[in-house]
Write a protein that binds this ligand. Structure first.
Ligand SMILES: [Zn+2]
Length: 169
């Protein structure tokens, strides 16, 4: 690294780190970023060291190491040598952390965005999930678990198309 005469041998601004992380795609659903999904819980800059704390969307998703490596790579691209990536499961990730723009992109991508989770209530019945194509509520769940533990498989009785939906957690 070049040494500048300015005394700014410190790390990047936290906002620059957040911006960099906003370009890291969700490994499961590349149309949204890890910040869109609410996975990044904290960024701290201490001198030249940057620490990023994230919560994986679903502990069953086999993408933890991918997310970790992508975060590290994005922060290193800012010229930071000392990067620590921590994962935390408390509090657990909730679909409520997905931002509105990401919900819209999920819908365009053909994945039904999750209904708001009912905090404090145990949902015994599946939340109503409209078909992302024709918006009909005339849908049936065909499997609790889709290709990954994150999603459910549905079929729409109106347009007869199968689709994936998020589990609300
Ligand atoms: Zn439909």
């Amino acid at each position: 690294m070049t040494t500048f005469s300015e005394p700014s041998a410190l790390g990047p601004r936290p906002s620059a780190v957040w911006n960099a992380l906003a370009s890291v795609p969700d490994p499961e659903i590349p149309v949204v970023s890890i910040t869109d999904m609410g996975m990044v819980r904290g960024v701290s800059v201490d001198g030249e060291k940057v620490t990023v704390t994230f919560t994986p969307t679903f502990s069953g998703c086999p993408a933890l190491h991918v997310i970790r490596a992508s975060i590290e790579q994005a922060v290193r691209a800012l010229g930071v040598a000392d990067v620590e990536v921590r994962s935390t499961l408390t509090p657990p990730w909730t679909t409520d952390w997905i931002n509105d723009a990401a919900r819209e992109r999920l819908r365009e991508y053909g994945i039904a965005p999750p209904a708001p989770a009912e905090h404090g209530l145990i949902q015994l019945e599946a939340e109503p999930t409209p078909c992302p194509r024709c918006h009909s509520f005339d849908v049936r769940m065909t499997a609790s678990f889709g290709p990954t533990l994150c999603k459910r498989m549905y079929v729409c009785d109106s347009c007869k198309e199968p689709f994936e939906g998020f589990k609300s957690v």
